[in-house]
Write a protein of this length. Structure first.
Length: 335
């Protein structure tokens, strides 16, 4: 079948598209190679996909309504995995308009495409950032998500509501995926693992926010991709209204929200220690207060996810960081 993956030049989207292509699926990959970070890295990711005959590379902005309409009319994807978005919590404070354009207007075009193409399952990339000021751990899909503390989080929560509406009104079966700090080879240069590795390697200070008092549900990219692959053939069905609201689902629509992450949290200082060990260099730490838009800790309750598929992340952070550092050294040795 034809699967549309948006964000194939991005971190998770590239890993997912590669796995789909290796399994023989037809993948239409959409990306606009935005210069939010090094475009050369995005181009290198895409080269991993170009060797497959089943890959169709589309370069387009999500906000291009006419272009998106034509894309769906041409390919009629049975499944859409919508991972493309303007990412980054901190950058959303500096450049809010790009988040509104990509994450809201662009999502609207994807939803319209799914509606008219008869897409069987839409998987939408949300984020653990929607939990905002919640302090109860682990974060559950039952928890209220009405107080986001960054525009990025607000656009992701708004996106979930848009997706639910299309599921209800037009029957677009949809799963919202709340990712928890995904990391690994080919990762994003704006994320902590990449930033820390780069700085330590060059002997520059690293910025350690909240004076290091941070914990994260670090989740390895291969585990995330495996989870998405298992969810692709499992679209949600409507829950009967008389049955009441089932956690993570909707009483009126083929819709669900799932956490994709680890319940185990790793202290930020331990994460840095693992980077130091794999680089065989000590970090120069610059301790700073909490940044606007950040939270102190994250942890994922995957109870609802496990009611759909049998999945838990299996890659220890020690292995994940080691794999990233090995990729980083190889990539920059060749580039």
């Amino acid at each position: 079948m034809t699967i549309l993956v948006t964000g194939t030049a991005g971190f998770i989207g590239n890993h997912l598209a590669l796995r789909l292509l290796e399994s023989g699926q037809q993948v239409v990959g959409l990306d606009n190679l935005t210069p939010y970070y090094d475009v050369r890295l995005k181009e290198a990711r895409l080269k991993r996909l170009e060797k497959f005959k089943g890959f169709t590379d589309v370069r387009m902005d999500l906000e291009d309504r006419a272009g998106m309409q034509k894309l769906f009319e041409t390919h009629k994807p049975r499944v859409v995995v919508h991972l493309a978005a303007q990412a980054g919590v901190r950058y959303s404070i500096e450049a809010p308009q790009s988040y509104i354009d990509s994450n809201l207007v662009g999502l609207g075009n994807v939803l319209e495409g799914c509606r008219h193409a008869g897409t069987e399952h839409l998987l939408f990339a949300s984020s653990s950032s929607v939990y905002g000021i919640n302090t109860k751990l682990p974060f559950s899909t039952r928890d209220p998500v009405d107080h986001p503390i960054s525009l990025y989080a607000a656009t992701k929560r708004a996106g979930e509501l848009m997706v639910h509406t299309y599921a209800h009104l037009f029957g677009v079966a949809s799963t919202c995926l709340r990712f928890f700090t995904v990391y690994g080879p080919w990762g994003r240069p704006d994320m902590a693992l990449f930033l820390f590795t780069d700085a330590i390697r060059q002997g520059k200070p690293i910025k350690v926010f909240n004076n290091g008092n941070m914990r994260r549900a670090f989740t390895y990219v291969d585990d995330i991709v495996e989870c998405i692959l298992r969810l692709v053939p499992c679209p949600p069905t409507p829950v009967p209204a008389e049955g009441g609201l089932t956690p993570g689902l909707s009483p009126v629509a083929p819709f669900r929200v799932l956490n994709l992450g680890s319940q185990e949290t790793v202290p930020l200082e331990r994460y840095i220690e693992l980077i130091e060990q794999n680089l065989d260099r000590k970090a120069i730490k610059e301790y700073l207060p909490m940044q606007a838009g950040d939270v102190q800790a994250t942890s994922a309750d995957v109870t609802d996810l496990q009611s759909v598929i049998d999945w838990r992340p299996t890659t220890p952070v020690e292995v994940g960081v080691k794999n990233f550092i090995a990729w980083y050294k190889e990539y920059y040795a060749a580039n």
